[in-house]
Ligand binder design. Sequence first.
Ligand code: DC
Length: 222
Amino acid sequence: MSCRKLITIDGPSGSGKGTIAQCLAEKLGWKLLDSGALYRLVGLDVRNRGLDFEDEASVGALAASLDARFDKGHVFLHNQDVTNDIRSESAGNDASRVAALPRVREALLQWQRDCATSDGLVADGRDMGTVVFPDAPLKIFLTASPEERANRRYKQLKEKGMSANLPRLIEEIRERDERDSNRKTAPLRPAEDAILIDSSALSIDEVTGKILEAADALFNDE
Ligand code: DC
């Protein structure tokens, strides 16, 4: 009997998990859950409304009624296209702040679980294998050195014509790792049954290939 079609990819920002998750979803013909985008949307909404980031009750209520939509690679907040706005460094930092609030995580939990259907799902995030889908049959934890991750981010931002400062990016990545790994609720850590992959010296194709190999053994047993 084949397994539930679900792969979780967790890891820090810049580990390549977004690209890898997208690649896998396309190759397998499965859906993709970019859970970081949800936290980025909440962060953006908090900033746009001028709410206090420390006010957990208000930020949690906002997350519970998040008016977001994903459509053909575009992300909408209150029907406004915010695809680029949520990708800035400051939006990432705001996301990390709201992601540390238990009420926000709780509010987004069911939303994320509902994405796992029989069509297959690749779920990309920090706690996909530990909290959101602890029973996933294939869990990957992807990492890379902070310097390598900052370098990748630097190139991405430059390609998009956005401003970037490499030393500051390294510093921000370290700070965000620290906050994401040390928060009380759903900290960034590999699930006990996750396969660890260090992507520092591997290409996207090499990482994707390794995961597809593991997926093949699990999901194509008929
Ligand atoms: O993957 P990303 O860079 O888009 O994530 C933005 C922030 O959201 C990141 O700092 C940590 C947080 N996040 C989280 O706590 N849990 C997730 N499942 C996804 C993202």
